[in-house]
Design a binder for this molecule. Sequence first.
Ligand code: 5GP
Ligand code: MN
Length: 335
Amino acid sequence: MHNIKELQALLSEAKKIVITTHHKPDGDAMGSSLGLYHFLLALGHHVHVITPSDYPYFLHWLPGNSEVIDFQIQEARAKDLVAEADIIFCCDFNALSRIGSLGDLVRSSAAKKVMIDHHLDPEGFEDFTYWNVSACAAAELVYRFIVELGFGNNINKDIATCLYTGIMTDSGSFRFPSTSAEVHRIIADLIERGANNSRIHELIYDTNSENRLKFLGHILSQKMFVLPEINTAYIYIDQEELKKYQIVTGDTEGIVNYALSINGIRFAILVVDRGEARKLSFRSKGEFPANEVAKKYFEGGGHRNAAGGISFLSLTETVEKIKNILPEFEEMLKQ
Ligand code: 5GP
Ligand code: MN
């Protein structure tokens, strides 16, 4: 962070603080935001977490969840808080377009903006940057930020629980290459400070509904297509299926990883018809740049091995488009 001293000075008196994170927040978005929330609250600041949308039910147990303001439900209150804020922290995203109409309010707010993030290509809207693309999670950066401010010993059970959740979910349970030895040392510290690792895994991963598992069975047997000659697999889900199995926010998360787990598959794509648009998830192994496909063809981006994008074509047309662009990457995918 440049100017950490300046930010330290700002934080030395009680401030009105808003923490926000990206649309449809995931475990890292909520873990980093709520970890930071508990830290700043304990320092005596007035702090609110505002999400641009709802988020998965398996994150609702996180400490502080009941205080989170969903912009789509409490828009007026969120607007007031953003307008009155002295400081706005932006966790796990680096472009204001990732938070929808909340982005314009953040941009026009007089508050100092602090970006804590690990994605490529930051837009540069912020006053203070705590950014590192090699971090495995924004929650890892929140941990480092707290330590750098000199408050490592203030990390209590609630902070530790939230940060553990963020790191665990964004590192694929500590399996992605970004899970460095230092990340494991951070995790050890978080466990010593009260994060109940075994319980957190259960709360995140063992909360399937019967419907969700039946949905998963249907999707994997009927809607997954493998192209072994280019080491690629794709899955697409239509609106009827989402309705039939009463799919809710969070239920489609992780499905793309089943396609990637097939022996030899290096690129996996999931398309979900969300009605207003088709949402795409891309995952890859090794050097194949999933984010470049997302950026070039689907108005998206992300990391090399995990990216997302959007399509306004119909579901069938979107799948056709994918099939048409794959030959362009054939050489890279075959390697
Ligand atoms: P997911 O597939 O889980 O929605 O997203 C995977 C990764 O891609 C995440 O790191 C997320 O931040 C990024 N991502 C997802 N959707 C978009 C998008 O529309 N635009 C950009 N720039 N990144 C995205
Ligand atoms: Mn993240």
